[in-house]
Design a protein around this ligand. Structure first.
Ligand SMILES: Nc1ncnc2c1ncn2[C@@H]1O[C@H](COP(=O)(O)OP(=O)(O)O)[C@@H](O)[C@H]1O
Ligand SMILES: Nc1ncnc2c1ncn2[C@@H]1O[C@H](COP(=O)(O)OP(=O)(O)O)[C@@H](O)[C@H]1O
Ligand code: SF4
Ligand SMILES: [Mg+2]
Ligand SMILES: [Mg+2]
Lengths: 267, 267
């Protein structure tokens, strides 16, 4: 049964890092993955295709006549045969920032992506605002499981809570878990644990802040590819196993007041 | 001549902290300010009204019949007589996240905000995506000057660059300056300086990371009100003077490639 998962989180929190490493770990197991970058920053798949930034779907649509469009032009083959797509985003201020995602979903559909043999599709989605194109992966037929990447910073947990609210509006029983990607402050862990407990969703993976991520980024490779024998690579393999197991939880969320008093001890 | 300024930046970067303190410093000078929070997080004006979170315009619209609506219901009087409004945001996943801003502008207009004697209107606007309602303050008749709050973190500068691109799409000659609000990492200053130089826009204020901001937040007051004799309060007064002087610059921006190579030394 082909799986479709969405990875959401605040911009800059490490979604693409987590996504591309998860894809690499799954690909190492022979699982056929398509990773679709859904962030106007369009660099989700970079570490899977040797550090290159592939052409976005939005750009491709602008430059290619309808009858000349081919699936192969927007799908890049990456690490161990995984497939890579970048939706792209419009010029800031010109239309919905999520428009690239809407266009990408439509084009992939019309070019027959449904006929590509895949085990898992992974959407790497910007979660600062859960609206317009950014909410498209949340639709029931688009993702069976939603994972949320967060650090222990208040704004990141605030975004995670918003993503839970957004998901609940479509189908509340599809949360795969919280992925804790630390910024390196010691009090982060308690905050994420408190949040996870309050919303009844487990932390299914933990990644410490490490300078080696920057090194991997410079090499244009995933951490899993560059440091396969490291503890962090093991953590990505464990995350891959958890994703394949596919356990899901209800999308509970807190009110803003509850969140502030829980995380910041306010009121 | 009544001024209208917009303060943009990545979510969590310190826009509301900067905005409310700027409003306080201007109010200390007897300048009549209206601060309008344009972030779904709707806590922009909290420090100006004693730590309370005022009712949002969106909420007010939902609960009040059209003929019962009064300007006084959505405008709160705050510190030294400044006026405060919160636009609010919709439920995540339900419609455009910027919808509260659109509704707020429309309601304020229809209830006669144009007749209120004001020296300056300040919009505190979420800048992660510059689209939909979040781009409304950028329209020419809405803001004569745009200020951008950033730290030295890449994602914050990336957002600042996006805001410049968004502003350029409406009217490129309205940037009042960059406000550097530091996270506390030593390399931040060089990054912000390099960015400011590359886009030809000066850093008009600098704020170091300080635990006193959290103390002020706990008290429900602005820094300017709680620590009037501090160096930081002086910096807010200097920022107020710069805002009143109103010098403006062209909204130059970098390509993503230029930004990455400048800030991260990539490629
Ligand atoms: N655990 C970590 N330790 C150190 N750096 C990290 C870690 N996770 C991510 N990064 C770095 O943070 C930056 C942002 O990560 P990215 O995956 O692009 O975020 P997003 O996709 O959420 O915008 C990248 O430079 C990345 O290498
Ligand atoms: N210079 C600073 N030093 C320490 N904390 C700060 C500083 N600037 C802002 N903060 C804190 O950071 C948090 C986010 O600030 P806020 O103004 O609410 O951001 P935004 O409005 O951009 O979302 C608040 O808790 C605020 O007190
Ligand atoms: S729906 Fe969301 S992404 Fe689209 S215009 Fe509105 S705020 Fe922007
Ligand atoms: Mg990304
Ligand atoms: Mg704010």
């Amino acid at each position: 049964m082909a799986r479709k998962i969405a990875i959401y989180g605040k911009g800059g929190i490490g979604k693409s890092t987590i996504s591309s490493n998860l894809t690499a770990a799954l690909s190492d197991r022979g699982i056929k993955v398509m990773q679709i970058g859904c962030d106007p920053k369009h660099d989700s798949t970079r570490a899977l295709i040797g550090g290159k930034v592939q052409q976005t779907v939005l750009n491709y649509l602008r430059n290619t006549k309808p009858d000349a469009r081919r699936l192969g032009d927007i799908v890049a083959v990456g690490y161990k045969g995984c497939l890579c797509v970048e939706a792209g985003g419009p010029e800031p201020g010109v239309g919905c920032a999520g428009r690239g995602i809407i266009s990408a979903f439509e084009l992939l559909d019309s070019l027959g992506v449904g006929t590509v043999p895949l085990d898992l599709t992974l959407y790497d989605v910007l979660g600062d605002v859960v609206c317009g194109g950014f909410a498209v992966p949340l639709r029931n037929d688009n993702a069976d499981t939603v994972y949320i990447v967060t650090s222990g910073e208040f704004m990141s947990i605030y975004a995670a809570n918003n993503i839970l609210r957004g998901t609940a509006n479509y189908n509340p029983d599809r949360i795969g878990g919280i992925i804790f990607n630390s910024r390196g402050d010691p009090e982060e862990e308690d905050r994420v644990k408190a949040f996870a407990k309050a919303v009844g969703i487990p932390i299914i993976a933990r990644f410490a802040r490490s300078n080696l991520f920057m090194a991997a980024e410079k090499e244009g490779k995933t951490f899993v590819e560059l440091y396969p024998d490291s503890a962090i690579a093991d953590s990505f393999r464990e995350l891959a196993a958890a994703v394949l197991k596919g356990q899901r939880y209800a999308a509970h969320f807190l009110t803003e007041g509850e969140l502030e008093s829980l995380i910041l001890g306010r009121k």
